[in-house]
Design a protein around this ligand. Sequence first.
Ligand code: IPM
Ligand code: MG
Length: 376
Amino acid sequence: MKTFKEGNYMSKFRIAVIPGDGIGPEVSNASREVLDAVAVKYGHSFIYEELLAGGIAIDVTGTPLPKSTVAACRSSDAVLLGAVGGPKWDTLPGDQRPERALLGLRSELGLFANIRPAVLHPALASACPLHPDTAAKGIDICFVRELTGGMYFGERGRRQSAGGEEAYDTEAYNVEEVKRIAHTAFKIAMGRKKHVTSVDKANVLESSRLWREVVLDVAKEYPEVELDHMYVDNASMQLIKRPGDFDVVVTSNMFGDILSDEAAMITGSIGMLPSASLGAEGTPGMYEPIHGSAPDIAGKHIANPLATILSCAMMLRMSLGLEREAEDIETAVADVLSQGYRTADIVYGERSDDNVMVIGTFEMSGKVKKSLIGIK
Ligand code: IPM
Ligand code: MG
């Protein structure tokens, strides 16, 4: 929303913040500091509304995703989420676990496209567990994972069988679901290296065969984009062998869940990777770090806030239309890393290196903030 104030247009944005559990509150608070610096620098106004979801919502309200949270998210410009889950709630039945909040938000907000960029930052090249020659070629992959279909939301249940009780989950995709995620992938590819790899298991699964047909069909509308298809088992191998050859990877909910964790690993730290979950145009997107709630380090202020800070950059770019501000955050993060600042998770056998300084969550967000406003 734009309002006229003192001769200037000031943009006001309503951001729903779901701190969640574990390190979620630390990393989301740290990121808000950076957003506030952006607001001051560019004259925007970010209005935050803190909402309950996940384990904390179970404790406070008895349910992982209160209706009021969904309603507030719907009326926001974008949603920023820390993380949900923790051992405290691990023994609850499936439909009452904190993770239900995530799945519920994805389906209630219609967030069918999950964008997970996996980038190896040059300053963190030593974090890549692959051969140094492979790392030297660079890694910059954008995963486009379908997020509201497939086995995650298919028919499931238990029944009797000759072998005793049987449980089943169903993988089902319809044409519309595949079409819209394929369009998302091709559009993203148009702004990158114009190469889409569609990952499926079409040699075995009928749902994958339909997936492939639809992707081939959608591809006709993007003649400039090179498309290839890969079976998921092969893709998991090629990601390790030649990650530099991938540009955009589009795949189903389940395959995307697995492959994006693999991609996180090859870029060194899951603590660095942001994500965006998007629905139909004009509806609020949800932005979250891809790491979980890391209960073992919660409250210690040592968690890496960069994945959440980079998620904020994605939010500014994809939901709020603030490209320059998004780039500014990304440049500031790269600058802080090149100055040698690291949280503990991104220090790799280089502790003896005088140029590397290990700092905590809020020191890290403070450094990003300073770089952003031009203070060394
Ligand atoms: C993810 C997570 C979630 C998923 C879990 C927490 C439900 O692993 O976002 O990748 O499987 O989608
Ligand atoms: Mg996952």
